[in-house]
Design a protein around this ligand. Structure first.
Ligand code: FAD
Length: 427
């Protein structure tokens, strides 16, 4: 008789709440990861995120080997995998951490039904966030759709618990099930190594975060995003650190939770405008223009540098993400869903809630979004945030003072965007 702990987007042994509780249970624990075919089948074979997951799992497995246990890796559709596991093992309890995306919620409901039908008890835990969707609400119980009051309530609640408890799992490792499961090669999972790698996160510069974070050439942000996405770092540790170190940095971590609760309460935002009054906008959606944006050939250095950085590394600085997103929606009048899908394909830190939330923010269609008549000027953004052209030179090898011809004139595009939005917004 055994318990299972099912890893999903919490790929660490340290300070992992679900794992902590599993290891405290009465049965020995088999740690499991499922490569989900429903997700993998749509990805290119050299997807860097799959490579990162694989590498992380290898490290976890090596750590487990030191306690004479090992990770059980399966590949398939999660329900079928669990059906097989129920035949193979006498499973009494299954532990996992909650995931708030619509696909994950449906998957987990279906698996819990299956497990419970086999007299297996399931336990789920809040691990991915400090406060989940129903913990931070307005006085009337409705969700916040504006960031600042959400943040104030979040901080108020955090202050009552500061610091948030971290969970020491290391003393409990003897409760892992002794095993030596085969660890597959990346090829056996159907993938090959990518040349793009997730870089380690960096907290040394956070002291000056509020002064440096907007300057892509300074490169001073934390690079935490893929680590928070896949749970290779604990959000509790990061928030406790941020609360001691830098309030602006902490507020960025709160943006992450803000968009997560928006996605939970308004799952339509995945494909539709949060503000339905914006549904009438006549997008141009020109395929050629889109291609020039994707490949970084718009003639605007900051836009092109950003897109090239994304294509080459799977990362783009936040200031530049705002500029390229605004450019796509406002200068080219291409609907945000196209840009969101392109980012989803390329970003190592791609996270549905943050991606959709920020894209809708840039398009003006989201909750608490920038007003539609505010159109970023990519030249002014360059002057303000990369005055010496250090960032753009890094990504545009042919950059010089006379770089390119803008594919569309800024003043023309700005007027067109404002007029098109104005005409399209439903009264
Ligand atoms: P830091 O500045 O060090 O921030 C620390 C952490 O705070 C980040 O790792 C992230 O978890 C969180 N954070 C910071 N800014 C935001 C924000 N605006 N919204 C939500 N969380 C934030 N972030 C993603 O994690 N995944 C995405 O798919 C994603 N798509 C985006 C799309 C667009 C159009 C824009 C404008 C932003 C997007 N962001 C996304 C937010 C932000 O750009 C990245 O989180 C940030 O650049 C990651 O780098 P960092 O970890 O060094 O950030």
């Amino acid at each position: 008789t055994v318990s299972f702990f099912w890893f999903r987007r919490d790929l660490r042994l340290e300070d992992n709440i679900g794992l902590f509780h599993a290891l405290k249970s009465d049965f020995q624990v088999i740690p499991l990861f499922i490569f989900d075919e429903a997700i993998l089948d749509s990805l290119p074979k050299d997807d860097a995120r799959v490579g990162f997951i694989y590498e992380t799992l290898s490290k976890i497995n090596s750590e487990l080997n030191q306690t004479e246990s090992s990770l059980l890796i399966k590949k398939g559709k999660p329900r079928q995998v669990w059906q097989g596991l129920l035949e193979e093992f006498d499973i009494k309890e299954v532990f996992f951490n909650k995931d708030y995306e619509p696909y994950a919620i449906e998957r987990d409901e279906s698996i819990c039904q299956l497990l419970e039908a086999h007299q297996c008890i399931t336990f789920s835990f809040k691990d991915q966030v400090i406060f989940e969707e129903k913990e931070i609400t307005k006085a009337d119980g409705l969700p916040y759709t504006v960031y600042t009051p959400y943040k104030n309530k979040w901080l108020e609640k955090y202050d009552q618990e500061n610091p948030i408890r971290e969970y020491d799992t290391s003393q409990l490792f003897s409760n892992f099930y002794k095993s030596n499961f085969d660890f597959p090669s990346l090829g056996q999972i159907g993938f090959v190594e990518s040349s793009i790698k997730v870089q380690a996160y960096e907290l040394d510069n956070i002291d000056n975060y509020q002064e440096t974070r907007d300057f892509p050439a300074v490169d001073s942000t934390s690079y935490l995003s893929p680590h928070l996405r896949f749970g290779t770092v604990s959000i509790r540790k990061m928030v406790n650190f941020a609360a001691k170190t830098n309030a602006v940095f902490l507020s960025e971590l709160i943006w992450r939770e803000f968009f997560m609760q928006i996605l939970y309460h308004f799952p339509k935002v995945v494909t539709q405008n949060f503000k339905s009054a914006y549904d009438g906008i006549q997008w141009r959606n020109n395929e050629e223009d889109f291609k020039r944006w994707c490949t970084g050939n718009t003639g605007y250095p900051m836009v092109d540098a950003g897109m090239r950085q994304l294509n080459e590394t799977g990362y783009m600085h936040n200031r530049v993400r705002m500029v390229v997103a605004s450019f796509l929606c406002k200068h080219l009048m291409i609907q945000w869903q196209w840009g969101e899908a392109y980012f989803a394909e390329k970003l190592l830190d791609y996270d549905l809630s943050a991606n959709v939330g920020n894209w809708q923010w840039a398009a003006g269609t989201g909750c608490d979004a920038a007003p539609y008549f505010r159109v970023f000027n990519p030249e002014i953004q360059l002057k303000k945030f990369d005055e010496k052209g250090i960032y753009v030179r890094k990504w545009i090898s042919e950059f010089d003072l006379g770089y390119g011809e803008p594919m569309v004139d800024h003043a023309f595009a700005r007027d067109r965007a404002i007029a098109t939005y104005k005409a399209g917004i439903l009264k």
